[in-house]
Write a protein that binds this ligand. Structure first.
Ligand code: PBG
Length: 312
């Protein structure tokens, strides 16, 4: 036999020599949930993860940095919600305070903030709701922009708008000069279920389908990515990741910006739940899924497994 691909798979060293995709701590971004209060609280829908109080978050961030991970993505869980998401852009908001304490302790760690209104709105939507129950686009931009500015002023290194309103990258770009990691392609996905429990941000009525994308669409994803790039985004996120590897590949082919795959809460919960039942090997499944996301074209991966994966 002349052609024998198995020759290159004979032993571990040889396999390592021909391995095409690497996954290193610096490729991973660890999301962190920050809550008001004093004790850390486990998240039932995401076993192994916690909501962190301000008093403990800097220590956790330091541990994350020690593994070689270079960035965290912050989500805030405020004590109070209202109709204009005041907590999102409050100068002493939970995320603004968390940025300050983390940057003070570990200035090298890149702090990315999720810029969205849903966790701070009493109705749980990502924008202002009008009398007809519609989620308004243009009036929401002002609050989203104000939120991004407040994060930048608190010391955030990168802002990550996740609301899927039209024109928000341009709006943010016109007032801040730090990198924007845009959730450019965000599908209306059932895989966000555990996150909404963790962040207490499920919409009180309706769904997010008038702003998040239909999961059947590819061309629309390329349009969204192109628009965000033109508006001044510096990174493009595709979310979720594993069910959307084709999108990651196609967006990567279209842009020269770094593409980021977001392995979302439901992807995390699937692996953890199956492993808890003894149905798969968690460590191997995590390694395989993260490698697949990188192989598809993601330069970076946002994953709840980041710290665990990198822990020595
Ligand atoms: C806020 C936001 C969500 C996620 C990230 N930012 C929830 C949503 O859009 O409902 C989901 C993250 C995850 O599931 O891990 N808009």
């Amino acid at each position: 036999m002349i052609q024998r691909p198995r020759r290159l798979r004979q032993n571990r060293s040889l396999r390592e020599m021909v391995r095409e995709t690497e996954i290193l701590p610096r490729h991973l971004i660890q999301p962190l949930f920050i809550k008001e209060g004093t004790e850390k609280r486990p998240i039932p829908s995401m076993p192994g993860l916690f909501q962190w109080p301000l008093a403990l978050v800097a220590r956790e961030a330091a541990e994350i940095y020690k593994t070689g991970i270079r960035s965290v993505l912050l989500f805030g869980i405020p004590a109070k919600k209202d109709k204009k998401a005041s907590g999102a852009y409050a100068l002493d908001g939970i995320v603004q305070q968390a940025v300050a304490v983390i940057k003070e302790k570990i200035p090298e760690l890149q702090v990315i903030t999720d810029v969205c209104l849903c966790e701070y709105m009493d109705h749980g939507h990502c924008g202002l709701v009008n009398a007809k129950g519609e989620i308004e686009n243009d009036s929401s931009l002002e609050l989203i922009t104000r939120t991004a500015v407040s994060h930048a002023e608190a010391g955030a290194d990168i802002v990550a708008p996740s609301d899927m309103m039209d024109g928000r990258v341009a709006a943010i770009r016109s007032v801040v000069d730090i990198p924007i990691m845009s959730y450019a392609v965000k599908y209306a996905s059932s895989f966000y279920g555990p996150f909404r429990e963790a962040a207490m941000s499920a919409p009180a009525f309706g769904d997010r389908k008038t702003y998040q994308m239909d999961f059947a669409n590819v061309r629309e994803a390329l349009r969204e990515a192109a628009l965000d790039e033109k508006e001044g985004a510096d990174f493009l996120i595709v979310k979720p990741a594993l069910p959307y590897l084709d999108i990651i590949t196609k967006v990567s082919a279209q842009t020269s910006l770094p593409v980021v795959g977001y392995q979302v809460s439901g992807e995390y919960a699937q692996i953890v739940a199956a492993a808890q039942n003894g149905w798969l090997d968690k460590k191997q499944a995590v390694f395989e899924s993260l490698t697949a996301i990188r192989r598809a074209g993601a330069r970076l991966v946002i994953t709840y497994f980041a710290k665990e994966f990198c822990a020595i």
